[in-house]
Design a protein around this ligand. Structure first.
Ligand code: PMP
Length: 337
């Protein structure tokens, strides 16, 4: 029977599609293909980690019946956790920085979660930061449980058992490079580890990182705020295994947003800013390393562009935030012109 028994059965097995215009126009000879994670029922790659994290917490006794899940999340992890939590009768409270758009907060509330908004400019040690507020809430609320996706080994493990095998299977073992943005590092570490094992070390794993994030910064003086959501950090999470990533490509906000808009406009692929960032990194890497037609680069696109309609796809927001050049280069003339 083709009727799935629940939404959760629909998680994973997302499609991979080749880019046909943008890499070619840039002079890339290798195949660049994108794994479209917005095809997951909750709309992002984070659906994959939620059930595994909650299952493990139930088994260990950290999460008890009637418990409350408290997590700092930029949105996508919250959706995954809220979906599982509502089905199992847990309350969910998420803390998120105020740079996360109102529509993302509305999505979390729609799934039944409570949302606490904190200042983006508060660093990880600031008591007002979304990390610290989540810690205090989890400690203060009876039955509070912090999944802590940044340190939770079930994050990378989810990608090791699902994302990695899917890419290996769907490329019939022809993948030579894997590119992903690094947030908690779970995606790149779990998927990368599987692909390296399956290929006897032949697959090269490349991290994409926003300019200002710790992963690509030479030192802490170069760590600063940036606008791309869901990726980059100002500390090293345990979910990130540094031994898996072979190279890290730094991408600026403007380059990431321009690529995000081009993917929608030229490849009919409406993905989020961290996806645009990862594709930009893949193209930079392919050009600098002169990858040829025998190489296949798979880029993970974590979520949909529909979550960024008020930002990356809004010309007023783009201009107000200094991305006017991107808008002017990517907006096609109308028929009236
Ligand atoms: N892109 C987006 C939009 C995300 O929400 C996340 C998760 N924070 C990532 C990329 C990075 O994934 P990971 O945490 O597995 O490194």
């Amino acid at each position: 029977m083709a009727i799935a028994s629940s939404t959760f059965e629909l998680i994973g097995n997302t499609p991979i599609v080749k880019l046909n215009h943008i890499p070619q126009a840039a002079g890339v000879k290798a195949t660049i293909a994108v794994k479209i994670e917005y095809m997951n029922p909750g709309g992002s790659s984070k659906d994959r980690i939620a059930a595994r994290i909650i299952d493990a917490a139930e088994r260990s006794g950290e999460l008890k019946p009637g418990g409350v899940i408290v997590e700092p999340t930029s949105g996508n992890t919250g959706v995954g956790l809220a979906m599982v939590a509502q089905q199992r009768g847990y309350r969910t409270i998420f803390t998120l920085p105020d740079k996360v758009s109102e529509s993302k907060r509305a999505v979390l509330r729609a799934y039944g979660a409570e949302v606490v908004v904190t200042p983006t400019d508060a660093g990880p040690d600031d008591p007002r930061s979304y990390y610290r507020v989540a810690e205090r809430l989890a400690a203060a609320i009876p039955g509070g449980y912090r999944p802590n996706q940044y340190d939770n080994p079930n994050g990378p493990a989810s990608h090791y058992v699902t994302t990695g095998p899917e890419i290996w299977r769907d490329t019939e073992g022809t993948v030579t490079h894997f590119v992903a943005g690094i947030g908690t590092g779970g995606t790149i570490s779990g998927t990368g580890r599987y692909l390296k094992e399956a290929s006897d070390g032949a697959v090269t794993v490349i991290g994409a990182d926003p300019e200002g994030s710790i992963y690509s910064a030479p030192d802490m003086d170069h760590v600063h705020q940036y606008d791309i959501e869901g990726v980059g950090e100002d500390f090293y999470p345990k979910a990130f295994d540094r031994t898996i990533t072979d190279a890290i490509v730094k991408v600026g906000d403007a380059e990431a947003f321009e690529m995000t808009r081009r993917l929608a406009g030229e490849e009919a692929l409406m993905v989020g800013g961290s996806s645009g960032m990862a594709v930009a990194a893949a193209i930079d890497y392919a050009l600098v390393n002169d990858l040829d037609e025998h190489q296949t680069v798979v880029v993970l696109a974590p979520d949909s562009g529909r979550s960024y309609l008020e930002k990356i796809f809004n010309d007023d927001w783009m201009r107000a935030n200094g991305y006017g050049d991107v808008v002017d280069r990517t907006t096609k003339p109308s028929l009236a012109d």
